[in-house]
Design a binder for this molecule. Structure first.
Ligand code: 13P
Ligand code: SF4
Length: 385
């Protein structure tokens, strides 16, 4: 099959990140010139337009010299000790943050593992490097701890696209259904739910609810919901939300790339659209993708998720090769192509500032936290699939 050049532009080149412990030189694509800080919440109420306006206004870290990064790392190490704090980072954050979390006794993982680690760790302060829902989850699970984030502006298109008032009205209209929400939601939306799930356990929880004869109201990610619905046959009523990063992966581009790398297996996050998932060899959460890369026999992988994960993939399986899945098509901004703009707001600079001044502290109103804790505890006590 002929491979159209257009589909492969910029893709097909394996990424190489240095392993933790050496100087980290992140991919240039993780650094975009800074623009003005985010103004007030955009007034337009169309979720896609709201996301675009956020992206246009979002602050991005500047590229640091090796000396600047080294000095910041030393400052953060001192501050973590001074504040009795531990870093909890997601795989999509900048490699410099992932490396530092591991070197300082912190943790890097998927969103469920981050919640578990933060809940168990004895440190008085958790510094959550990721997006806002991860910080809120940590605070709800451990209200006695101080939870800081490098920036409170780091949100998620799924969270933005599921405002609590509209979501509550949706739930009120279907009182007979069990409400299952993805972790990528606000504390207020979680407080309205019966269950919270992450991508690593969503399938198992829905199977469990089906066994109990329940019908489901699912929010907000329609792609993940559709994937679960097709796998289980569950009766699911869906909210119309999506991840702007995963939504831009295209099956056509993937097939073209696969034609160039026929031996490669396709690993995809379930936030990707159905045509992508239909051709994937493995579908799972970020941690499950890393584990699949380790255990599967293939030597080469095309990876359909945020490119921050390549750092850990290469650290975990240095002898295998990883290729970014192509993104293209209508609506692609290429500020979001395989690169979550909100995860990219976490930097060494704002992490140091948060620790130094106690800024960007997560607070959740106690009554809201009390209600959101119920479905979150169900998630944590659900047996690992
Ligand atoms: P994981 O739970 O797989 O880490 O996913 C979180 C996320 O935001 C994916 O976009
Ligand atoms: Fe949200 Fe998508 Fe970013 Fe994950 S990658 S935090 S789902 S916008």
């Amino acid at each position: 099959m002929g491979v159209p050049k257009r589909d492969l532009k910029g893709f097909g080149t394996p990424i190489k990140y240095p392993s933790a412990g050496r100087a980290v030189v992140p991919s240039p694509s993780l650094f975009i010139e800074p623009v003005a800080p985010m103004a007030a919440t955009p007034s337009n109420s169309n979720p896609r337009d709201i996301v675009r306006q956020y992206l246009d206004q979002a602050w991005r870290p500047q590229h640091l010299s090796a000396d600047q990064a080294g000095a910041l790392r030393q400052r953060i190490i001192r501050l973590l000790e001074r504040e009795n704090a531990v870093m909890v980072a997601h795989y999509y954050t900048d490699p410099s943050l992932q490396a530092l979390a591991e070197e300082t006794g912190g943790f890097v993982g998927d969103s469920l593992e981050m919640a578990r680690f933060g809940n168990r760790h004895p440190a008085q302060t958790l510094v959550v490097c990721g997006v806002r829902f991860m910080g809120e989850t940590a605070k709800i699970l451990s209200p006695e701890k101080r939870v800081l984030m490098p920036t409170l502006e780091a949100t998620c298109s799924l969270d933005i696209g599921c405002p609590v008032d509209q979501f509550s009205a949706f739930c009120d209209a279907h009182p007979e259904r069990t409400v299952v929400v993805y972790a990528n939601t606000s504390a207020a939306v979680k407080a309205r739910a019966d269950w919270v799930v992450t991508s690593s356990i969503a399938l198992a929880v829905v199977e469990h609810l089906m066994d109990e004869g329940k019908t489901i109201l699912w929010a907000p990610d329609k792609h993940l919901g559709d994937y679960i619905q097709r796998r289980t046959g569950a009766d699911m009523l869906m909210w119309d939300g999506s991840c702007i990063v995963h939504e831009e992966f295209k099956a056509r581009g993937l097939l073209s790339l696969k034609a160039v790398h026929p031996e490669a297996a396709i690993l995809a996050h379930p936030e990707s659209p159905a045509p992508v998932l239909d051709i994937a060899d493995f579908i799972g959460s970020t941690s499950q993708i890393i584990n699949a890369a380790k255990t599967r026999p293939e030597r080469q992988f095309i990876v359909a998720t945020d490119q921050g994960i390549f750092y850990k993939l290469q650290q975990t399986v240095p002898d295998k090769e990883f290729i970014i899945a192509p993104t293209a098509g209508e609506g692609a901004t290429c500020r979001s192509c395989a690169n979550c703009p909100w995860m990219g707001m976490n930097s060494l600079e704002n992490l140091a500032e948060a620790l130094e001044h106690g800024a960007s502290e997560i607070t959740v109103p106690p009554e809201l936290a009390r209600r959101a804790l119920i479905p979150l505890e169900r998630m944590l006590s659900f047996p690992r699939p």
